[in-house]
Write a protein that binds this ligand. Structure first.
Ligand code: 6V0
Length: 308
């Protein structure tokens, strides 16, 4: 008989494009033994759970069901991808007020049943929603994580890899700051095989603009983005569930980091079973640091708007 896996439960709240694709990605990769789907539209969660269950003979043994907030009680990770999605021409910050109202009740419901798990936030504007979730939940900062600039960094590596004809997994490069328009490319630390990237200034400009504007391009083409963010969320869950101590560019609370305090923002963090174990201090150029500080300032202004 096969050894019984330790029970691990992931709850996904908001089973729209991002939530359902994330759930399916986690299922395919057999990341947990129990997967719970929660949506305000219960029928959608019921339908997706049924659909995924019908595929179980082709995957590993995972228990999948459409649940309620009570099911958060035993969750190791609660992923929140609920809320309004970005529409064409709408910035992530336009979503702010809509999603704060939605999160207010979601976080209250989750924390009623769960005091020990990790909240993984995907809804936009993700840095602000993460800050709000941290405040509202009363959880320690290490256990409230935003997907941050992990997706942006992945897009960045892909585009650099394409330009240089190198596998993006061999490119070391990061985007920090807001997951959004003010994000910052850290060109000074980007490398492959420890070597500086052989890119012209024009190449860099084009790569960064395409990274920053990727979501707008995809939304224009097909309405919303979900495959790459699902893989990014899966990556964070894996680092937590396997206690990896992996360095990932997630959104976390910072205090006196690059001259910035009291904000959630994307920076390289060591992620393990405790959530964000620590932030990685990186050396930035003066220009990069200035841009990071501006990005953080923008986040602070948005946080203030929540209280208006
Ligand atoms: P969607 O397809 O409209 O799905 C949203 C889901 O949330 C729907 O199924 C709703 O029924 C559900 N929902 C709404 N209110 C509640 C509630 N109170 N409780 C439970 N469920 C609720 O949107 P999509 O999946 O495309 O996007 C979800 C969020 O992810 C948006 O805020 C996006 O902007 C954001 N994204 C974040 C990314 C990132 O990198 N962090 C990337 C892509 C999208």
């Amino acid at each position: 008989m096969q050894k019984k896996d330790k029970k691990t439960r992931v709850v996904v709240i908001g089973i729209g494009a991002v939530g359902s694709t994330t759930a399916y990605t986690l299922l395919l990769r057999e990341r947990m033994t129990e997967l719970v789907l929660i949506d305000y539209n219960k029928q959608k969660a019921v339908g997706d759970a049924l659909d995924m269950n019908h595929g179980l003979p082709f995957t590993g043994k995972t228990k999948v069901w459409a649940g309620d907030y009570e099911d958060c009680a035993e969750a190791d990770i609660v992923i929140i991808a609920a809320g309004a999605a970005q529409k064409q021409g709408e910035t992530r910050l336009d979503l702010l007020k809509k999603n704060v109202m939605i999160f207010d009740s979601i976080i209250e419901n989750v924390t009623k049943y769960n005091k020990h798990g990790i909240l993984l936030i995907a809804s936009n504007p993700v840095d602000i929603m993460s800050y709000f979730s941290w405040k509202k939940s009363g959880f320690p900062k290490n256990r409230v994580i935003g997907s941050g600039t992990l997706l942006d960094s992945s897009r960045f590596k892909y585009l650099i890899g394409e330009k240089m004809n190198v596998d993006p997994r061999s490119i070391h490069a990061k985007i920090i700051g807001e997951h959004g328009d003010s994000e910052v490319p850290v060109w000074s630390l980007a490398n492959f095989a420890g070597m500086p990237l052989s890119l012209t200034e024009d190449d860099k400009k084009e790569i960064f603009e395409n990274t920053r504007d990727a979501a707008y391009q995809i939304i224009q083409a097909k309405g919303s983005t979900y495959y790459a963010i699902a893989l990014a969320l899966d990556r964070i869950c894996t680092a937590i569930l396997r206690d990896e101590s992996a360095v990932l560019n997630v959104s976390t609370y910072i205090d006196d980091y690059q001259g910035v305090s009291d904000v959630y923002i994307g920076i390289p963090c060591i992620v393990d079973q405790s959530g964000v174990r620590e932030v990685v201090p990186i050396s930035l150029t003066e220009e990069e640091q200035g841009n990071f500080q501006q990005s953080a300032q923008k986040m602070k202004e948005q946080i203030e708007k929540i209280n208006e």
